[in-house]
Design a protein around this ligand. Structure first.
Ligand code: NDP
Length: 449
């Protein structure tokens, strides 16, 4: 493992997030490689860390003042062994090669776990939609698509949303793709309902993370009923995580954004959640305003440089990190355990640092890593692709039933793989191994390509 990571570090210098994601998988799959020398011989792992293709492009656009702006765009097609490349676009100023490579790397295993035929990819730009007018967002999306359209397609690569990319951005990109290609196809998922989108797609990641938590609780004959939950973020994933927790009888006491968090001891009700959805999705305001409206709630600013996040230092049973990578460090993980949290279901991708993961695993927390717990989003994206190919749309109940079935099967796959390789109850190993084996088998069958 040491030798492998040294090689990886030499090939990907300074790419901290990518190396972090690789090192966790490499550690989990050691026993698989020992049992399957054919994977070693075919250099499966070595090939998995090397993207099949990386596209980097200039994205010029003109802002409302008439000034020329330039951003950098990316698409990373990491592994197409089990289906067309699939993974979201992220628009955020922090986007760089390391972050997108870690996300693409994770995505290939997540997609394998869903049971649907999808390869792994990720993309995006350092463009920041925050504070931009609709017109500026449209100009950027159109310019980005003017390059990316030639690299994607319904049977090649089907992007979706992620941080900073929701229905509005997908709409502008889809419009430009359609114009350039003169084709109305399911080239992007997360589309609006009226133009090919699937019901439950916006809800899917959050709902899925709560379904996964329910499955983990089920192993101890418990349910979400009465559970006090900490949720971070206040975007797409966080909002629908809260919605599903409320439906299942739990109570949510926190939400956040990149400036700070609110603690509402009395619980975020349906009415308060509707307010958050209006605030975040329509008015594009800050979570601080929640505490201005609901005076019992306490707002605490978060300094990005501080050690640890006070959001994770409240009494609760469950935690749903739903904002961004590395938002729970070792100190936060210890605080969570100390405050009684014994279920962590990751809506975000890689929100826990390696020190944090070690604490959760050591303390026997029911810890669902992102690549399993947040796979509901890409699963319903897969279902959107199916509906687009069939030129039909399924009801809300049908899609939700598929989603629940998929989350159950991902949970089962993690439990079985962890058991088979001698670490029962370890969902980190379970998810990494189950995803890895599926892709490895496809790569072996397809030869050295
Ligand atoms: P959104 O853009 O809708 O919301 C992101 C939320 O996280 C916002 O509240 C944002 O606050 C906060 N946030 C973003 N960056 C930071 C940061 N550096 N520090 C603190 N808070 C931050 O994104 P999503 O809800 O779609 O995505 C959230 C997470 O879920 C990401 O990790 C994403 O990769 C993952 N995910 C998303 C899926 C999906 O279907 N959308 C699928 C699977 C995983 P602010 O507004 O201040 O930026």
């Amino acid at each position: 493992m040491k030798e492998f990571m040294t090689m990886c570090e030499a090939c990907n210098p300074g790419e901290m997030e990518f190396l972090q994601a690789v090192s966790e998988v490499v550690e989990s799959v050691q026993p698989v490689l020992d049992r399957h020398p054919e994977y070693r011989k075919a250099k499966i792992l070595e090939r998995m860390v090397e993207p099949e293709r990386i596209i980097i492009c200039r994205v010029p656009w003109v802002d409302d003042k008439g000034e020329v702006q330039i951003n950098r765009g990316y698409r990373i097609q990491i592994n197409g062994a089990i289906g067309p490349y699939k993974g979201g676009f992220r628009f955020h100023p922090s986007v760089n090669m390391s972050i997108l490579k870690f996300l693409a790397f994770e995505q290939q295993f997540k997609n394998a776990l869903t049971t649907l035929p999808m390869g792994g990819a990720k993309g995006g730009s350092n463009f920041d939609p925050k504070g931009k007018s609709d017109n500026e967002v449209m100009k950027f999306c159109q310019s980005f698509m003017m390059e990316i359209w030639r690299h994607i397609g319904p049977d090649t690569d089907v992007p979706a949303g992620d941080i900073g990319v929701g229905r509005r951005e997908i709409g502008y990109m889809f419009g430009m793709y359609k114009k350039l290609k003169n084709e109305f196809t399911g080239v992007l998922t997360g589309k609006g309902r009226e133009w090919g989108g699937s019901l439950i797609r916006p809800e899917a990641t959050g709902y899925g993370a709560v379904y996964f938590a329910s499955e983990m609780l089920g192993t101890r004959n418990e349910t979400m009923e009465g559970k006090i939950c900490l949720v971070s973020g206040s975007g797409n994933v966080a909002q629908f995580t809260v919605e599903k927790i409320l439906e299942l009888g739990g109570k949510v006491v926190t939400l956040s954004d990149s400036s700070g968090y609110i603690y509402d001891e009395s619980g975020i009700t349906r009415e308060k959640l509707d307010y958050v959805m209006q605030l975040k999705n329509v008015e594009r305001g800050r979570i601080k305003e929640y505490a201005d409206k609901y005076r019992d709630a306490v707002y605490t600013p978060i300094d990005p440089g501080q050690d640890g996040n006070p959001l994770w230092n409240h009494k609760a049973h469950c935690a749903f990190p739903s904002a961004t990578q590395n938002e729970i460090n070792g100190k936060d993980a210890s605080n969570l355990v100390k405050n009684g949290v014994y279920v962590v279901s990751e809506g975000a991708n890689m929100p826990t640092t390696p020190e944090g993961v070690e604490i959760f695993v050591d303390k026997k927390v029911l810890y669902g890593p992102g690549k399993a717990a947040n796979a509901g989003g890409v699963s319903v994206s897969g279902l959107e692709m199916t509906q687009n190919s069939m030129r039909m749309s399924w009801s809300r109940e049908e899609v939700d039933a598929h989603l629940q079935k998929i989350m159950k099967s991902i949970h089962r796959a993690c439990v079985d793989a962890a058991m088979e390789y001698g670490t029962p109850g370890n969902y980190v190993n379970g998810a990494n191994i189950a995803g890895f084996v599926k892709i490895a088998e496809a790569m072996l069958a397809q030869g050295i390509v």
